[in-house]
Design a protein around this ligand. Structure first.
Ligand SMILES: Cc1ncc(C[n+]2csc(CCOP(=O)(O)OP(=O)(O)O)c2C)c(N)n1
Ligand code: SF4
Length: 270
């Protein structure tokens, strides 16, 4: 994987022309990613760094705050300021960073177990306060780091390591939650569709206020039945060009519907 080879030259100074010229290379950190080969998180990382590059956001103007889980390692692999916090705490820490340094681009990176389960209390409260941060939900519908237990996004009846007789609970609906608490920018993507993800990340970062971007991402090591690349590819459908993302009622219909639409579901300021 050439993209992840430690760069020969490490640029301590941030030169905007070099950011544009080098694209994602500029965002390589000195640490190699430790995600499993094939993990969907590589696609998210690439799309997100491409978005930062295209917006010409320099690493010195970026802070990435993550919770606990495999996705929590993201700030180690990407250049910029970073903080690896506790479950769900990416959101209050990111809010504090934005309050203290409003000029920074602040990303809050949460997992489905981390941000919707163990640390879920922070999400609705952060959404209703509407800080200008971009929250990316790395949803692999499983606990990856701890080796395959049921998460709040695991479908009902799925057999997992923590539920050998099947998960008794229905899964959560993060898009519905984000809309219900008033998020002004709500989008959904799939880790196997980097171009669409990049556009969603760019729009989310540009949005003034809280942006919530739900990315479905395969855990190739511990989920052998649900979020497989082939499954997700056959389930997702881009929202039609005629879809009006400023219409909140339509956004709720999309959130409640059975179809897994990807794209910009709601944008208050569009
Ligand atoms: C209070 C508490 N319970 C359990 C754990 C163990 N733990 C660490 S990460 C994790 C799951 C994270 O899952 P997710 O957010 O889906 O991230 P992924 O690893 O799948 O990226 C758990 C249960 C913990 N660290 N703290
Ligand atoms: S355990 Fe799953 S989520 Fe974690 S790095 Fe491996 S494939 Fe990715």
């Amino acid at each position: 994987m050439d993209h992840y080879v430690k760069p020969e030259v490490y640029y301590p100074d941030d030169d905007i022309e070099k950011v544009k010229e080098q694209g994602v290379l500029k965002y390589r950190s000195e640490r190699l990613p430790t995600w499993c080969p094939g993990c969907g998180y590589f696609g998210i990382e690439t799309a997100l760094t491409n978005a930062l590059s295209s917006l010409a956001i320099q690493p010195k103007d970026l802070i990435m705050v993550s919770g606990i889980g495999c996705m929590g390692r993201y700030p180690f692999f990407v250049r910029g300021y970073g903080m690896h916090t506790l479950h769900g705490r990416a959101l209050p820490v990111a809010s504090g960073a934005k309050l203290a340094r409003p000029e920074l681009t602040v990303l809050a990176l949460i997992g489905d177990g981390d941000g919707l389960g163990i640390g879920a209390g922070h999400l609705p409260h952060t959404i209703k306060r509407n800080p200008d941060i971009t929250c990316v939900l790395f949803d692999n519908a499983i606990y990856g780091l701890t080796k395959g237990q049921t998460s709040p996004m695991t479908p009902q009846h799925q057999v997992t390591r923590s539920h050998p007789l099947g998960n008794p609970d229905p899964k959560m609906n993060p898009i519905l939650l984000a809309l219900s608490y008033g998020a002004g920018y709500v989008a959904r993507g799939f880790a196997g569709m980097p171009d669409q993800m990049q556009v969603l990340f760019e729009q989310g970062i540009r949005h003034k206020g809280f942006s919530f971007i739900h990315i479905m991402s395969p855990c190739v090591t511990f989920d052998k039945v649900n979020y497989l690349y082939d499954n997700l590819r056959s389930w997702v459908r881009p929202l039609p060009p005629s879809y009006d993302s400023t219409n909140l009622d339509k956004a709720f219909d999309i959130a409640r519907g059975e179809e897994l639409f990807t794209g910009l579901i709601y944008n208050k300021t569009a």
